[in-house]
Design a protein around this ligand. Structure first.
Ligand SMILES: [Ca+2]
Length: 104
């Protein structure tokens, strides 16, 4: 894998997901329900507001192996689902960022 200075946008995006996950993981390298809720509040505030009453249901849904925790692939499935569900909105946000800063 490339060094930090040579990372592409996609590598940085995946690295950012892993970084957030690792900041909240427990000693077994997994997220408990409270850590999951902290990430939603800190990192995905618009999603957090939209699913205010359903966080426990969402946690259960993405906990595919039903062990009561989220591993990194389970966590990634949530983030990718969020990106897919909000594709049009994210596209507009990136367009605004490009106009403002000259690049996405
Ligand atoms: Ca799990």
């Amino acid at each position: 894998m490339a060094g930090c200075k040579d990372m592409t946008l996609m590598e940085m995006a995946v690295g950012s997901m892993l970084c957030v996950f690792m900041q909240h993981q427990n000693e077994n390298g997994k997220l408990c329900s409270d850590a999951f809720k902290e990430i939603l509040a800190e990192q995905m505030p618009s999603f957090n507001e939209a699913c205010a009453e359903n966080k426990d249901e969402i946690f259960k849904k993405i906990d595919v192996n039903k062990d009561g925790t989220l591993d990194f692939p389970e966590f990634c499935s949530l983030v990718c689902s969020f990106a897919c569900a909000n594709h049009a909105i994210l596209e507009e946000v990136m367009k605004c960022a490009k106009e403002k800063h000259g690049k996405p």
